[in-house]
Design a protein around this ligand. Structure first.
Ligand code: IVH
Length: 790
C-alpha cells in the first residue's frame, strides 16, 4: 500500500509543528529562556514524527526529526574553505597584550580602540554553510584551508539551527564557531565510561573532537554537544553589518547561540579588566575555556590591520594558566567515602595547576589505576578544571623509575579494618564496615554540614573528625544536642589525644567563642528548606538538582519519606535507578530514625505545595507504567495500551472489577489482560499499587489547593548580573526560586527583571536595549521582602 497523501490540514499542522519546535529550540539554546516544559516539547516532537511517518512526503530537510541521519560510508570527504579559517596569535602576559594594543594604535592612529571580547572556548572550530536559509554543509577547520565534511554529525547538535530564523536571513552565509562539550556532560560521560570499564576522555576538548569524528551520527547524537558562534565566512552581499559585535547580534537573531560572556570594551585597560573578570568566573562557567579572544570590533579596522601568515593582526588570544601540569606521585592511598566507596588517591609533589597548588589527585577506582598503570614514583599529568577534584589523566612512561611496582587495592579498610569488597559487576570497591566505620560516619556528617547542604558555618573537617572520633556525634542528628560545654570538653580531649597544647591555653585565655559560634551556627540551620535537607541526608544518587526536583514536585518531607518508588518516577529526571535508591534509603529503619530524631530535636522543614504538573500525570495509566518500569510483570502491555487503559478506568478498583472482555474492549491484548489480572492479584504489587493510589489522591488534593499566593513570583523570569553586596548569586537564585520565580542565564524579551549588582556588564546593556525592568540590589531586596511568605 502506498502512503496516503496528506490532507491539507496535516500539511499545515506539520509545518506549524516544525516552526514551533524551531522557535522553542531557539528560546532554549539561544535565549536560554525556555517557555514550555521539556515534556511538552517532546510531545510536539512525537506528534510531528507521527505525521511524518504516516505521510513521508511531509518530511523536509530542516525538520527537527531529521537531525540523525545515515552512517558515513567510508570516512569524511574534504572541504576547501572558501574563506580560510584562521588561527590566533597567543599572549600569555599583560605585556604581550599591551604590545598588541600598541601595534594597533600606532598603525590605525587611534587611541583606545573598540574591541569585541569573547571567551576562547576549548572545543573544535567548525564552519556551517547555509544556502537559501538551509544548512547544507558543516566542516571542521582542518589545516585552515581544507577541512573535513562532518555535516551529518553537526546536524545532530540541537543548538545548531537546521534553518536560519527570520525573514531577513541571507541567501548565503557561513557561520563559524566552536563545538564544545559542556563540563557536566564531560563529567557524566567519564563517570559512565569508568563504570563500564572503558577509557575516559582526557578532557572536554577531546570529547568534542572525538564526537565529531564518529562515522555513525547516531553516536554523535548521544553526546551532548553545544555550539557557540564567533564569526562568519562567506556571506551574501549586505548580510553582515560593519562590526563584529553587531554581526554577532544578527547571528543570534538568525538562531545561533552566542556566548553570553561576550562583551565590548575599549583600549588596553578594557581588555585586561575583561580578562580578569572572566578569569574569576572561569571555574564556574558550564564549559571549559582556555583564554579570552580580543577582536577589533570594526571590520574596517580589521581590514586595515591585515594578517601575518595565517593569524590576523586584529585579533589575539589571551591565555589563562593551563589546566594540566606534570608532577611526581609520592604515594597512593585510599579514602573512604560516605557510602564506603574506597577511592585511590595519588599524593603528589605539590604543583600549581591553573592557579591552585595541587597535592592530591583522585585516581577514581582500581580499574582506573590499572588502566593508567599509575605507580608510586611515576611522573603523571594532573588535570584540574572547574569545581572538579583534580585527577590524574596519564602517566609519562618515559620517566618511570626502574623497579616501580603496580598498585594493589588494600584488602582491609585502613580506618576500621573491615573487609574491602567489590561486588561482581561493580567498579567501586567498598568498605563493609557501614556506620561502624568512623570514616563513613565522618563523611556523612561532613556532607550534612557542607555549604550546599545544611551550610553549618564553622563545622570544618577537623572538628567533624574529632566529634566523630571522640564519640560526640554518631549520627547527624547528634549535632543538634551539642552545647558549648561539650564542644570545649571535646577540644580538650582532642588535645590530650594528640599531645598538643592549645594556643589559647598558653596565653591563659579560655577559648569559648568558637564553641558559642558553632552552637549558634548549628542552631541557625534548624529551619531548613526541604531540598537542602534532602540533599544533606546523603542519599545515594541524590545530587542538588534531584533534591530540588523532588522538593518542587512533592513539597513535603512526610510524603517523600513514605511513598513508593513508583510515585517518585513522576518527578522529571528521576528514573528507576534513582527512584530505587531513594526508596531503599527510606526503607532502612535506621535512616527513618535519624529523621525522626532530627525532627524531635527541632528541625523545621520548610516545604511547598505539590507541583500541579505532577498531579496532572497521575492516574491508573501512570501507576501501571511506573510499576512496569520498576519491574512489575506486565507482559504484552505497551505504553500506548496502558495509556488507553487509563482513559477507560479511573481507579484500581474499577480495573480490578473489569472482566477479560472489558479489558479487551479497552484495547488490551489477551496476554496483557491476563498479566494485568495477575499483577492485581499479587499481594505485594497490589498493596504497593493501592498505597500509591491513595498517596496520589492525597498529593493531588494538596496540589489542587495550591494558589498563586503560595508562589508569588510564579511565571516571572529573572536574570542576575554583576556582584550583589548582601548575598551571593546562588543565594539570590534560591530566594527567587523559593518564591516560584525562574532564573535565566541571558536577557531576552521574555525576561521580566534584570537584577544588576556592582559592575554589571553586557546583560545590563541588553536589558536597557530591550527595555526590560532593571532592579538594583535595594529594589530587589524590597521585592523579595514584599513577596516573602508569612
Ligand atoms: S576567532 C580570526 N573566537 O581558537 C580569528 N576563535 O586559534 C579566528 N576559538 O581554531 C578564530 N574560541 O577553535 C575565535 N571566541 C573565539 C574562539 C576561537 C575558541 C578557537 C578556534 C580556533 C582557535 C584559533
Amino acid at each position: 500500500m502506498s502512503p496516503k497523501s496528506p490532507t491539507a490540514e496535516a500539511t499545515r499542522r506539520a509545518e506549524r509543528l516544525r516552526q514551533e519546535l524551531a522557535e522553542h529550540a531557539y528560546r532554549y539554546f539561544v535565549l536560554d529562556a525556555p517557555s514550555i516544559p521539556d515534556a511538552q516539547y517532546d510531545r510536539m516532537m512525537r506528534e510531528l514524527e507521527g505525521l511524518e511517518s504516516e505521510h513521508p512526503q511531509l518530511v523536509t530537510p530542516d525538520s527537527p526529526t531529521q537531525r540523525v541521519g545515515a552512517r558515513a560510508p567510508e570516512g569524511f570527504s574534504e572541504v576547501r574553505h572558501e574563506v580560510p579559517m584562521l588561527s590566533l596569535g597567543n599572549a600569555f602576559t599583560r605585556e604581550e597584550v599591551a604590545d598588541f594594543v600598541r601595534r594597533i594604535e600606532k598603525r590605525l592612529e587611534v587611541s583606545d580602540p573598540e574591541f569585541a571580547v569573547e571567551p576562547k572556548l576549548d572545543g573544535l572550530a567548525v564552519s556551517l554553510r547555509y544556502e537559501e536559509g538551509l544548512l547544507v554543509r558543516g566542516a571542521t577547520r582542518g589545516d585552515g584551508a581544507v577541512g573535513e565534511d562532518v555535516t551529518a554529525n553537526l546536524r545532530t547538535i540541537a543548538a545548531i539551527p537546521l534553518r536560519l530564523r527570520g525573514e531577513d536571513a541571507p541567501a548565503l552565509l557561513e557561520v563559524r564557531g566552536e563545538v564544545y562539550m559542556p563540563r557536566e556532560a564531560f563529567e557524566a560521560f567519564n563517570a559512565a565510561a569508568r563504570e563500564r570499564g572503558e577509557k575516559p576522555l582526557a578532557n572536554p576538548r577531546n570529547g568534542a573532537a572525538g564526537s565529531l569524528r564518529q562515522l555513525d551520527p547516531k553516536v554523535t547524537a548521544r553526546r551532548p554537544l553545544g555550539f557557540f558562534a564567533y564569526g562568519t565566512g562567506v556571506a551574501a552581499e549586505g548580510a553582515l553589518t560593519d562590526r563584529h559585535s553587531t554581526t554577532m547580534t544578527g547571528l543570534r537573531d538568525w538562531g545561533f547561540p552566542v556566548c553570553p560572556e561576550s562583551d565590548c570594551v575599549r583600549g588596553l585597560q578594557g581588555l585586561l579588566e575583561y580578562f580578569d573578570r572572566v578569569g574569576e568566573r572561569r571555574d564556574a562557567l558550564p564549559y571549559e575555556i582556555d583564554g579570552v579572544v580580543y577582536k577589533l570590533d570594526r571590520y574596517g579596522q580589521q581590514q586595515e590591520m591585515g594578517f601575518v601568515s595565517r593569524a590576523p593582526r586584529w585579533a589575539l588570544a589571551h591565555k589563562y594558566p593551563a589546566h594540566e601540569e606534570t608532577t611526581v606521585v609520592q604515594g597512593i592511598e585510599v579514602q573512604i567515602g560516605r557510602t564506603g566507596a574506597v577511592t585511590p588517591v595519588a599524593r603528589l609533589a605539590p604543583v600549581p595547576v591553573a592557579g591552585v597548588t595541587v597535592t592530591n589527585a583522585t585516581l577514581h577506582n582500581a580499574d582506573q589505576v590499572e588502566r593508567l598503570d599509575v605507580r608510586v614514583g611515576d611522573t603523571v599529568v594532573v588535570r584540574r578544571a572547574g569545581d572538579v577534584i583534580p585527577e590524574v589523566v596519564g602517566v609519562v612512561m618515559e620517566r618511570r623509575p626502574p623497579r616501580a611496582v603496580p598498585w594493589r587495592m588494600p584488602a582491609q579498610c585502613p580506618v576500621c579494618g573491615a573487609e574491602v569488597v567489590r561486588e561482581p559487576g561493580e567498579v567501586v570497591a567498598r568498605c563493609s564496615g557501614g556506620l561502624f566505620c568512623a570514616a563513613q560516619r565522618m563523611e556523612a556528617v561532613r556532607h550534612f554540614a557542607s555549604r550546599r547542604a545544611m551550610d553549618i558555618e564553622g563545622l570544618g573537617e577537623r572538628i567533624v573528625a574529632d566529634l566523630v572520633d571522640l564519640g560526640y556525634v554518631e549520627t547527624v542528628a547528634d549535632l543538634y544536642t551539642l552545647d558549648v560545654a561539650a564542644l570545649q570538653e571535646m577540644r580538650r580531649r582532642a588535645h590530650e589525644r594528640d599531645g598538643t597544647v592549645p594556643e589559647t591555653l598558653k596565653s591563659g585565655k579560655v577559648a569559648s567563642k568558637w564553641a558559642e559560634n558553632l552552637v549558634a551556627a548549628i542552631d541557625a540551620t534548624r529551619k531548613v528548606r526541604l531540598e537542602r535537607l534532602l540533599y544533606a541526608l546523603g542519599i545515594l544518587q541524590i545530587g542538588e538538582e534531584t533534591a530540588k526536583a523532588l522538593a518542587r514536585a512533592f513539597g513535603d518531607l512526610e510524603t517523600i519519606r513514605r511513598i513508593d518508588a513508583m510515585l517518585l518516577l513522576a518527578v522529571p529526571d528521576v528514573g528507576p535507578k534513582v527512584a530505587d535508591s531513594i526508596a531503599r534509603f527510606f526503607a532502612q529503619p535506621h535512616n527513618q530514625d535519624v529523621i525522626d530524631v532530627l525532627l524531635a530535636r527541632g528541625i523545621v522543614v520548610d516545604g511547598n505545595d505539590p507541583d500541579p504538573a505532577l498531579a496532572a500525570q497521575f492516574g491508573v495509566a501512570f501507576l501501571l507504567s511506573a510499576a512496569k518500569r520498576l519491574g512489575a510483570p506486565l507482559d504484552g502491555a505497551g505504553e500506548t495500551s496502558l495509556q488507553r487503559l487509563g482513559d477507560g478506568f479511573d481507579s484500581l478498583d474499577a480495573l480490578a472489577a473489569a472482566g477479560p472482555e472489558a479489558l479487551a474492549a479497552a484495547g488490551l491484548s489477551a496476554v496483557a489482560g491476563s498479566s494485568l489480572s495477575g499483577l492485581l492479584a499479587d499481594a505485594t504489587w497490589s498493596a504497593r499499587l493501592r498505597a500509591s493510589e491513595a498517596a496520589m489522591r492525597a498529593i493531588a488534593a494538596r496540589a489542587g489547593r495550591a494558589t498563586p499566593e503560595t508562589a508569588p513570583l510564579r511565571g516571572r523570569t529573572f536574570v542576575l548580573t554583576g556582584t550583589l553586596a548582601q548575598m551571593t548569586r546562588d543565594q539570590a537564585r534560591e530566594r527567587i526560586e523559593a518564591l516560584g520565580g525562574k532564573v535565566a542565564g541571558s536577557v531576552s524579551k521574555k525576561t521580566d527583571h534584570v537584577v544588576a549588582g556592582e559592575s554589571a556588564g553586557s546583560k545590563l546593556d541588553r536589558a536597557r536595549e530591550l527595555g526590560v525592568d532593571v532592579l538594583d540590589e535595594a529594589a530587589f531586596l524590597r521585592l523579595l521582602a514584599d513577596h516573602a511568605h508569612g
